[in-house]
Design a protein around this ligand. Structure first.
Ligand SMILES: [Zn+2]
Length: 980
């Protein structure tokens, strides 16, 4: 019999571990045995005529039915026919039979001998049986999740290996199905299972814009992708499991000592935290009572008891699932300041801190083991407990190590990272699993593709001997950017020996046919740019070369420079030409151009718009001749006349674009030869509750308190940013940030004085010596300002963070410009910021309206006010007789719309009527703006005609007539364009 088979691979690894109930092992137990004959045996299609039935037993699981539908669909596509699955084989033609357990038993295929997710594919004289263990309640057509569906995994394998089907991503474009006139199966005797138990990909959208792609419903794309990538079906929980124990609800009242002590004497008992996950509380590692309670929770879970037996209000599922109890503490773990914990957290030796936490884990794990409780304690090696502990670890602990992963393939720490994985394996004497971070969270460059299949492959291949799986945390802005990363990761997690070079070559050949080489070069170029140019971008610093993300300027001028973008576009052009006669390949090239490459082009356009928009953010820091004492009093005369800027809500996390400012902040600045001076006037009705922890000078943690911050840099391209934090407590921190370096050791010698007017405001007056920042010279610098509002009582407010410019990053590129003297030319529009008071209802400085002017002090862009066009008040006007005929001007402004819909076609929506006083008005923004639009900066060039003002007084009118909804207008400027 055996001689008929071509022997491929045979693996049998010992090393069984048994847990309560289902078998769990860190190493594969059932064999990978792939024996395929060389001769054609079962003919499924002959001269274009299909001779095959697809069968699932009527009483089979929904998984088998779903698998049968998948086989029928692909065979129909391959043989150009319409095959429908049936529940009984006719016996007259060859059959593909899915998930028939009786048949499997008859042939001695023992499903219980298979590892989880493993399957058999075996041919018999008139049929081929595909089967693995399926959960009778699993419904792959509806959802993925933690249920067995091995028959479906066998089905994908069957279609890939024997029919040549490829699942690159869900949908017609990403699924390759070869067509056949004649097709026959060889003899098959195949048993397989994954090399890695844990194969999990986290696919969540970051940022705005188009995320998925056309062709399928978004929910189906996610579901089918999860199934086709054969992600793990067993949950091995390891994500802040302590949070699932609901400790604050159970113990905060009776046992405050269970919770981490804060420096101010309060406890991390779920109240008074700054993060959304603070509500889960943080533990004290020295409280024996708490350790005992958690032990009892673990024991109960592992013995299959209900959460109710332990008094938990809600289920502990998701965080814990037998045979795994997850001991991992909350994220951003609080360092308990009690006498028992503090010395370990304050220790300068990270080993001491790690050992302290690990001894807590070990105590619980050992006690479980001593009491013969089956199962495992899982935890991550993360945060301060990432270093390998010196103490012995019991073998019922399973460790997940947090590792940067593929992003560091060309970085300086690659070998160090690898060594840590190997050392953990050595310490445990068993495999671990990894949490890796190939995500764009820390490298959010919109529109830049994070294509990285080769880095993914090389990284995980090296880790293979040490791990039983990995979590691939891969949030991104565009799903398609990473379709190859996912494909390669999933293939490698299934089979460590996968040849990824061949896999990628095959991808390009099967997807793009004649354009194989162009597309390979295209994707390899994208990967090189991401992994090497973006993520391994070196800067020279005083401490030696460091890696840091390139600025957007560098991204769009050096990495995706116009020349490089032209080269990549030319590759796509060539690919289109080469595939002109191959419709499927041509459609795929076109798809990648519109759904993947277009994001790069859009990213460039967005960058250009941002550069232009940033010019709206500017202020003046006049020179002062008087001595300014930083005492928080602002009693020097020059403060009175100094210009000021305001802050706007920072749109991030829970704060939405339409969130109005709840408090106003005004910032003034002055300079002389020696110093920069800043004054922050912060409205605060609740001055009593401002979070003020007494801290050492230069403590980074000051950001957690009620503070204002200043960011200064030489220009938008500067990689050095000076940062100053000033608490309402009077505490101060300064930093000189450079690529890869926080610059805490740098000190400017700056001073700050604070005064408070209870129930009204607090003021910070700041003096910074200029000699400490030699780069900040010339006519201007760039700056940003922020205010973090942190109150310790339970008063509810929506906006915790305010900034000057709307650009959220804390880098030089997101700064506005600070001129050391009034720049020229000035805007011809007066009161363009709408900050002046409304007088006589119809006037605001130089502006006038027919009805009451609606000033908005909650929603604005600059200087704490905008004007609102809504209801009856739908127009605002300013006369501009001073403009010069023949001259060009640039008009710019910010506008925001909410539900502006047309009621009259010819004269509705938001637009500008520029009356030239000659009977020929101009309409700079056409067509009119409608709908709902977030704050948008608009620009237009205006030419002033020679007969300007010949008939009447010229004026400019912003209006939103004959419409529903509301428009807001702010920061209107009209600046002469000097002739070149
Ligand atoms: Zn403690």
């Amino acid at each position: 019999m055996l001689s008929k088979y071509q022997f491929c691979i045979m693996l049998l690894l010992p090393g069984l571990l048994w847990a309560a109930g289902e078998r769990f092992t860190l190493n594969p137990v059932s064999p990978r045995s792939i024996r395929v004959g060389q001769e054609s045996r079962l003919s499924l299609c002959h001269q274009g005529q299909p001779t095959v039935e697809v069968v699932y037993p009527g009483k089979a699981s929904p998984v088998a039915k779903y698998a049968a539908e998948e086989v029928a669909l692909r065979l129909s596509q391959a043989f150009n026919c319409d095959i429908k699955p049936v529940t009984v084989a006719s016996g007259s033609v060859p059959a593909i039979i899915l998930g028939d357990q009786e048949l499997a038993a008859k042939h001695g295929l023992d499903l219980n001998a298979l590892d989880r997710d493993g399957y058999y594919i075996k041919t018999f004289p008139n049929y081929c049986l595909i089967i693995g263990r399926d959960d009778p309640n699993g419904r792959p057509g509806k959802r993925t999740g933690y249920y067995e569906r091995a028959t479906l995994f066998g089905t994908y394998e069957f279609l890939e290996r024997f029919l040549g089907v490829r699942y690159y991503f869900p949908g017609e474009i990403g699924t390759v199905v070869p067509e056949y006139q004649n097709f026959a199966l060889p003899d098959i005797d195949l048993t397989d299972r994954p090399d890695n138990q844990y194969r999990s990909i986290y696919t969540v959208q970051l940022g705005k814009g188009k995320y998925l792609y056309p062709g399928l419903e978004p929910a189906d794309i996610s579901r089918e992708s999860n199934l086709q990538l054969r992600q793990n079906t067993r949950r091995i929980p390891n994500c802040h499991g302590i949070n699932g124990l609901q400790l604050p609800q159970r113990f905060a009242k009776e046992h405050p000592e269970y919770f981490a002590l804060r420096a101010n004497g309060t406890r991390e008992d779920g109240t008074g935290g700054v993060r959304s996950d603070s509500v889960y509380g943080h533990v004290c590692f020295s409280a024996p009572g708490l350790k005992n309670e958690i032990y009892l929770d673990a024991e109960a879970l592992l013995l299959g008891k209900s959460h109710k037996d332990r008094g938990l209000p809600r289920s502990w599922a998701n965080h814990h699932e037998a045979p795994f109890f997850n001991l991992m503490p909350n994220d951003a773990m609080a360092r308990c300041q009690c006498d028992g914990c503090r010395p370990y957290f304050q220790s300068k030796d990270p080993q001491q801190t790690s050992d302290f936490i690990w001894s807590w884990y070990c105590d619980i794990a050992k006690r479980l083991k001593d009491n013969n409780i089956p199962g495992y304690v899982t935890t991550m090696a993360y945060d301060v407990y990432r270093p390998i502990p010196t103490l012995d670890l019991p073998d019922n602990i399973i460790v997940m190590l947090a590792q940067s992963g593929p992003w560091r393939e060309f970085g300086p720490n690659k070998d160090k990272d690898d060594a840590l994985v190997a050392a953990w394996k050595n310490k445990l004497g068993a495999k671990l699993y990894l949490w890796t971070y190939p995500t764009k969270i820390g490298s959010m460059l919109p529109g830049i593709p994070n294509v990285a299949p080769r880095a993914t492959a090389s990284y995980f291949k090296r880790q293979a001997p040490h791990i039983f799986g990995a979590f691939y945390e891969a949030e991104t802005d565009v799903w398609l950017f990473r379709h190859l990363n996912y494909y390669v990761f999933s293939k490698l997690m299934w089979d460590n020996d996968t040849d990824v070079d061949a896999l990628l070559q095959e991808y390009c050949r099967l997807m793009y046919g004649p354009a194989e080489q162009e597309m390979l070069e295209f994707f390899d170029s994208l990967e090189k740019h991401w992994i090497q140019d973006v993520l391994t971008n070196f800067y020279d610093t005083p401490e030696g070369p460091k890696t840091a993300l390139p600025s957007l300027h560098e991204v769009w001028t050096k990495i995706f420079s116009p020349a490089e973008c032209a080269r990549l576009t030319a590759l796509l052009d060539q690919a289109e030409q080469k595939t002109a006669a191959v419709p499927k390949a041509a459609a795929r090239v076109k798809f990648m151009r519109t759904e993947l490459w277009q994001h790069v082009e859009d990213g460039f356009a967005h960058y250009q718009k941002t550069i232009s928009d940033i010019s709206a953010w500017k202020t003046v820091m006049p020179e002062t001749k008087t001595e300014i004492i930083p005492d928080g009093k602002l009693d020097e005369a020059d403060w009175q006349d100094a210009p000021w800027i305001g802050l706007i809500p920072r749109v991030v996390n829970t704060v939405k674009e339409d969130e109005p400012a709840e408090v106003h902040t005004r910032i003034k600045m002055l300079h002389d030869q020696q110093f920069f001076y800043f004054a922050f006037i912060c409205e605060e009705p609740n001055t009593e509750a401002m979070a003020e922890v007494q801290r050492q000078f230069d403590e980074i943690e000051l950001w957690k308190d009620n503070v204002v911050e200043i960011f200064l840099a030489a220009n938008h391209q500067s990689r050095i940013v000076y940062q100053f934090m000033i608490g309402s407590s009077g505490c101060r921190t300064d930093l000189r940030k450079s690529p890869g370096h926080l610059g805490k050791e740098w000190n400017s010698g700056f001073e700050a004085g604070i005064t408070k007017e209870p129930g009204k405001q607090w003021i910070a007056e700041i003096r910074i010596p200029r000699q400490s920042m030699p780069e900040l010279q010339g006519q201007q610098m760039v700056a940003n300002f922020s205010r973090s509002r942190v109150l310790t009582d339970d008063s509810k407010f929506n906006v915790p963070y305010y900034v000057w410019t709307q650009f959220v990053k804390q880098d030089a590129e997101s700064c506005g410009v600070v001129h050391f003297q009034e720049p020229l030319p000035k805007s011809e529009i007066k009161n363009g910021d709408f900050a002046a008071p409304v007088t006589g209802k119809r006037f605001l400085g130089a502006w006038a309206a027919n009805t009451a002017i609606q000033q908005d002090r909650g929603i604005y862009r600059t200087r704490n006010a905008s004007v609102r066009l809504s209801g009856d008040a739908r127009s605002i006007v300013q006369r501009v007789p001073q403009l010069q005929p023949g001259k060009q001007y640039k008009l710019s402004f910010y506008v925001r719309l909410d539900g502006v819909e047309i009621t009259d076609k010819d004269n509705s929506g938001f637009f500008i009527r520029f009356d030239m006083g000659n009977g020929k008005p101009q309409y700079p923004i056409r067509p009119a703006l409608r709908g709902t639009i977030p704050w948008l900066r608009q620009e237009a060039n205006i030419s002033i005609p020679d007969d300007f003002g010949a008939k009447s007084v010229p004026y400019i009118e912003f209006k939103c007539p004959n419409s529903t909804g509301t428009a807001w207008l702010d920061q209107v400027e009209l600046v002469p364009i000097e002739a070149k």
